[in-house]
Structures are given as C-alpha cells and as structure tokens.
Design a protein around this ligand. Structure first.
Ligand SMILES: Nc1ncnc2c1ncn2[C@@H]1O[C@H](COP(=O)(O)OP(=O)(O)OP(=O)(O)O)[C@@H](O)[C@H]1O
Length: 241
C-alpha cells in the first residue's frame, strides 16, 4: 500500500532560549493507506503536536510532511486550507458540530464549504452506517454525546478524504458510545478502505488499531502491531517508564 502520510525528521520547537520545548525531537514515520494507527504516549509526549503537523494545522520547525503525495512545506495558507478541506477528515474529542445546523447539514458541511453537492446514495449509506437515519433533522443540542460524535464521524468521511485524523475521539463518551465510535472507525477502514490516524489515551481504543505508535519526549519509542488491550497496556508499561 502507498503511504498516505509521511513525516521525515520532524521537529517542532515551541518558545526560545531556556524556555524552549522540543515537542517533537526528530520523528520519521509513514502511514500506509487502508490502515488504522493508534498514537499513544504520556501527557506532553508530542501526540497532538505530531497530529497537528501531519494535518497541516501546525508548522514544523524542521523536517518534511507529505499528505496524499503533497509536500506541505511551502504551501500557502489558502492551499493548506483547501488541502485539509478536500483530503482530510477530522474527529475531535469535543465533537465540534455547528449548533444551528441539523445533523445532516453538519455531515455535509465539508462538501458545502467546497461548493460541492453530496452524492445522495453515498450520503444515505453513510447516515445509515452511523445509525442516524431517524435523526437527520435534529440539531446537536437534541442529540446525545454518542449521537453527536457519530455525526462528526460521518462528517469526517463524507468527502472520502485521503486520511482521517481522530484526536481522542472517545474522550468524552461513555463506554457504550465509545464502543460504537470505535466500531465505526474500524468499519471505515475495513469496509470503506479509509486510512485513520487516532490519538488516544485509552488502551481499549488503541486495541482496535492495526498498529500502535508510542511517543515519549517527542520521539517514537515503539512502533508495532497493536494487539489487544492487554498487549497495549504491556507495551505502555515496558516503553514508558
Ligand atoms: N503552543 C504551544 N506553546 C508552547 N508549548 C507547547 C505548545 N503546544 C504544545 N506545547 C508543549 O509541547 C509538548 C508536547 O505537547 P502535546 O500537546 O503535543 O502533547 P500530548 O502528547 O498531545 O499531550 P496530552 O496527552 O496531554 O494532550 C508539551 O510539553 C507542551 O507543553
């Protein structure tokens, strides 16, 4: 499988002088198409910084990122915005839905912003997959947390992006809703061929991944098969002292 996202010798330094923090201290990693990768690591290890640099939301201090064959360095803000809009899907811990839009309007927002019409058959399939057929016209305030996150997952997939970035997608959910969201992310890879990169603190969430990447102090300290939740725990115990 070709690599959808690559990072080469990535560093990200915040601040200057004695106050400088090396959030990323030289990360080289590639994410092949059609795989679900979980990124774990202690608080402050650089997970969000890595995800933001990979998604073109933050600019690395040095090193290179490619996304769907495009080198991000040197792209204008406009080109970066378009790249994110057209080729990236995002799922955040805090759902980030627009309160005035219905569930369906939130789902189609990436297409609306791009001035494109949804493929109705695909949209119906997606809404059915996330089990929201009877909630299409509800606004976020009328939906449970789990339902809101299912809207967010459908929104991340609606434009068939090259890659979906999920930042602690189950962080705000009870275990039943978490399970539903993880199943959806897994199905997006298995049934739709999506590529998903997910930051998580939860070993159960990481256990649905094909691959587990662990960061510590801005470096990759483990890269291997995810295994089940017990194996994820074991890896975390071994590599993060
Ligand atoms: N905008 C910023 N300005 C200064 N320092 C920052 C900034 N963003 C992150 N950092 C620092 O960079 C390091 C890595 O932060 P990052 O948010 O990537 O970690 P993380 O692994 O995602 O942590 P968490 O699990 O707590 O979300 C931390 O020491 C953090 O304080």
């Amino acid at each position: 499988m070709p690599d959808i996202v690559t990072a080469t010798d990535l560093t990200r330094r915040y601040g200057e002088g004695v106050a400088a923090v090396d959030a990323l201290a030289g990360v080289t990693v590639a994410f092949p198409a059609g795989a679900l990768t979980a990124i774990m690591g202690p608080s402050g290890s650089g997970k969000s910084t890595l995800m933001h640099c990979l998604a073109g939301l933050d600019t690395p201090t040095s090193g290179s990122v490619t996304l769907d064959g495009v080198e991000l360095a040197g792209l204008s803000d406009k080109a970066l915005t378009e790249l994110r809009r057209d080729r990236v899907g995002f799922v955040f811990q805090a759902f980030n839905l627009l309160p005035v839009l219905t569930a369906e309007e939130n789902i189609t927002l990436p297409l609306t912003l791009a001035g494109r019409k949804p493929d109705q058959a695909w949209l119906d399939q997606l809404i059915e997959t996330v089990n929201l057929t009877d909630r299409r016209t509800h606004r976020p305030a009328e939906l449970s947390g789990g339902q809101q996150q299912r809207v967010a997952v459908a929104r991340a997939l609606v434009h068939k992006p090259a890659v979906v970035f999920a930042d602690e997608p189950t962080g705000n959910l009870d275990s039943k809703s978490s399970g539903e969201i993880l199943t959806l992310l897994r199905r997006s890879v298995d049934d739709l061929g999506q590529t998903v990169i997910m930051v998580t603190h939860d070993a159960k969430a990481a256990a649905i991944a094909d691959r587990l990447l662990v960061l510590a102090d801005g470096r990759v300290v483990h890269d291997g098969d995810a295994g089940d939740a017990d194996q994820v725990f074991q890896v975390m115990r071994e590599v993060v002292a």
